[in-house]
Write a protein of this length. Structure first.
Length: 294
């Protein structure tokens, strides 16, 4: 039987020094589809200029071709920057900046992430200055994101897709023939922690993770009842230690519950699984989510 879905196109926008980040974002999109398309009837379509643009000479400049061929049609834009802003166009500070600004003007969902990791030794100082100036400009016009590692980027992009799937999948459609949209309950877990400086026995100041917790958000429109969580370890790893009962009588729509955990003993960045179990309108549901513990 054919599966009718709502398709949301996702433009992956970034300059040339972020090829690995573009791959990561595309992998997150494909993973989201694998986990949710069948159940929620929503499909995310990744768009990348190096894969989707048709070569065309003579009519317009390269960025105009990218805009008109597919960038301007994207429902969602995930933009990622490392140490470069990119080459300027006649209309904006860079091609990626132009895609962001055009998407914002037409009301698309735009998520912009800047790397807070170490700067490459061979970085271009002029490009880094231009990027920092653009980052300040973006911060004056909305909320930007940051990432410090590939796992961190995976977790944050996944949360963006969850919210977009709810906000953009036409929940108010009255057409009886339209495909079902997202589930009433959407549970999404994120490992969070605060850090404070500590001094070791050699007098060196380091940051120590404190107040670790697993935050479970309900991004949906229905109350999640009798919520129960299970933490599973990654291959050859360990799951965080849960302090107390990993259950909640309910999680209201657009709210969250924090569960105290400890992952500091894992030593290395690992991924594992959170199993969400809940009741929704009298029916039991279960869903797994891959998560980074560090």
């Amino acid at each position: 039987m054919a599966l009718r879905t709502i398709t949301l196109s996702v433009l992956i926008a970034s300059p040339g020094d972020t090829v690995s980040e573009r791959d990561i974002v595309e992998d997150v999109i494909r993973s989201w589809n694998s986990d949710h398309t069948l159940r929620r009837k929503v499909h995310m379509l990744p768009l990348r200029w190096e894969l989707g643009a048709v070569p065309m000479i003579g009519r317009k400049d390269a960025q105009q071709e990218i805009n008109e061929q597919f960038a301007d049609a994207a429902d969602i834009v995930i933009a990622v920057f490392n140490s470069r802003l990119g080459k300027a166009t006649v209309r904006a500070a860079s091609g990626t900046a132009e895609e962001i600004l055009r998407a914002r003007e037409r009301g698309a969902a735009v998520h912009v992430f800047f790397s807070d990791g170490s700067v490459p030794r061979d970085h271009d100082p002029d490009q880094l200055r231009a990027l920092n100036a653009f980052r300040l400009e973006m911060q004056e016009n909305g909320l930007t994101g940051s990432y410090v590692s590939p796992d961190d980027l995976v977790t944050k992009v996944r949360r963006c897709l969850e919210r977009d799937a709810y906000d953009l999948s036409d929940l108010g459609n009255d057409d009886a023939e339209a495909p079902a949209s997202v589930s009433g309950v959407i549970l999404r877990s994120t490992y969070l922690y605060d850090r404070e400086p500590v001094t070791d026995n050699r007098g060196r100041v380091k940051l120590k993770s404190v107040r670790e917790r697993l935050r479970v958000e309900n991004l949906g429109a229905t109350v999640a009842e009798d919520v129960e969580l299970e933490l599973r370890s990654a291959a050859e790893g360990e799951a965080p230690i849960a302090f107390g009962d990993m259950t909640a009588s309910s999680i209201l729509p657009r709210s969250h519950v924090d569960f105290p955990v400890s992952a500091t003993g894992l030593g290395v960045a690992l991924q594992g699984t959170v199993v969400h179990r809940w009741n929704e309108a009298g029916e039991a549901h279960e869903e797994e989510q891959t998560i980074s513990w560090t």
